[in-house]
Design a protein around this ligand. Structure first.
Ligand SMILES: [Zn+2]
Length: 138
């Protein structure tokens, strides 16, 4: 289960709406315990994909490392990655799965006509062959 506090959730939705019609991406920081991940801070990261960003995002490894360091400085953990799907459902695509990491939660926000529509979170398995949904509370 992943629970996103109101402040980071508002920041994630605002980032996804501001990036529309392109995909946005960012990091989710917080703490894990009692079988739940609690997101307390969201950090917007640049979409580094060189091609059309309406259906694709790419995170630079150095940005992810900086987010991980920021988490440790705040005594938090890097819990996951979020990105948006403009005018598309919040599903986990084959590309998303191929670019995933098994130890992170992946939150996908569906933005339809520029407005937040729905969101899902996925937990890729170790082999990155499937990513079951996990419970998402926001
Ligand atoms: Zn995606």
């Amino acid at each position: 289960m992943i629970r996103i506090a109101p402040e980071p959730w508002a920041a994630m939705v605002a980032h996804a709406r501001a990036s529309y019609p392109n995909e946005c991406c960012g990091a989710m920081l917080g703490s894990a315990g009692d079988g739940a991940r609690n997101v307390q801070q969201a950090i917007a990261l640049p979409n580094a994909f060189a091609g059309a960003q309406a259906a694709r995002y790419e995170l630079r490894p150095e940005d992810l490392l900086a987010a991980d360091k920021a988490a440790r400085d705040l005594q938090m953990d890097l819990l996951g990655i979020y990105h948006s799907h403009p005018d598309c459902d919040a599903y986990f695509s084959a590309t998303d799965l191929a670019n995933s990491c098994p130890w992170y939660s992946f939150v996908v926000l569906s933005i339809q006509n520029g407005e937040f529509h729905h969101a899902n979170s996925f937990l890729p398995n170790f082999d990155q062959t499937e990513a079951p949904k996990e419970e998402l509370i926001y």
